[in-house]
Design a protein. Structure first.
Length: 296
């Protein structure tokens, strides 16, 4: 296991059964223990919170670890159905990026380079990873690949964000609304992520989780200084298996992706919202399971 400066354990158990407060956003999942709360210390001294779940009896030797990266301002708990479902078969880790979920909210580090480095620091403990990144996490995962390489990745699944293929998304006034009426804007944003919304209390919990991050930090995360061609170039050059799981508004981008990179796998969730893995967890988990099995 890697160590941090001064001998501090880089990754440590925080609390057995630490997932007791997990948001169960969808129907019943495969029976398995609650996830453990563990942590990873970043190279700039922030201890990130992770939820980790493994099959009964422990992971199979040589099996990959699934690492799940949430989107903008969202907590690791949004992956509850994947932790319980996929975690019954593979070690599955959902991370709380800095400022999100149960991770600390430092005054620094809300840049593309630092977020990619945070992901690098988390992955140091997992040598053979299927990285599953959603929304803003897609861009952070791609920058991680550009900055640190793909040597630890068995495969990469990108979930419902633009990857620089045409057509470009339309203009939005989201940042202006966020500055003007932050709480109401976040409430609308969270509710809009689902085609099949969870209970109001769960939606409120996601909104409140998003409010933990300072406003200017949250805006910085939505202002990454890269042209669209940057993301497209990383995707096209990525050599391990890649899957693109999307809702219909990204169908044209997926078609361009397959033309440029024919080995790419694409799955369109026609009746799901942006949080498609929560709207259709059984289908999402089944797709990932079948895909990972095909990589063996």
């Amino acid at each position: 296991m890697h160590t941090a400066p001064h001998g501090t354990a880089r990754r440590r158990l925080l609390l057995a059964g630490g997932g007791a407060g997990l948001l169960h956003l969808a129907g019943p999942a495969a029976a398995s223990p609650e996830p453990l709360s563990v942590s990873a210390l970043t190279s700039d001294g922030v201890r990130l919170h992770l939820l980790e779940q493994a099959p009964a009896g422990g992971p199979v030797a040589g099996a990959p670890t699934l690492v799940l990266v949430p989107g903008w301002c969202m907590p690791a708990t949004i992956w509850s159905s994947q932790l319980s479902g996929l975690g019954a078969r593979w070690r599955t880790v959902a991370m709380d990026p800095r400022g999100q979920g149960q991770s600390p909210v430092p005054a620094y580090g809300y840049t593309l380079d630092r977020r990619a480095d945070d992901l690098h620091d988390v992955l140091l403990d997992y040598p053979r990873v299927v990285l599953v990144a959603w929304s803003l996490g897609v861009l952070e995962a791609l920058h991680y690949v550009q900055r640190h390489g793909s040597g630890r990745l068995l495969a990469l699944a990108l979930v419902d964000n633009s990857i620089g293929e045409p057509p470009a998304p339309g203009a939005s006034d989201f940042l202006q609304r966020l500055r003007r009426e932050r709480r109401a804007t976040l409430e609308h944003f969270v509710r809009g992520m689902f085609a099949h919304p969870p209970a109001p209390a769960q939606l409120d919990a996601l909104r409140d989780a998003a409010l933990r991050m300072p406003l200017e930090a949250s805006i910085a995360l939505l202002s990454y200084p890269k042209p669209r061609e940057y993301w497209r170039g990383i995707v096209h050059a990525f050599e391990p298996p890649l899957a693109y799981l999307i809702t219909p508004h990204l169908r044209a981008q997926a078609q361009h992706l397959v033309q440029a990179r024919p080995a790419s796998r694409v799955e369109v969730f026609e009746r799901a919202g942006h949080a498609l893995f929560a709207d259709e967890p059984e289908r999402f988990n089944r797709y990932l399971s079948d895909w990972i099995q095909s990589l063996a």
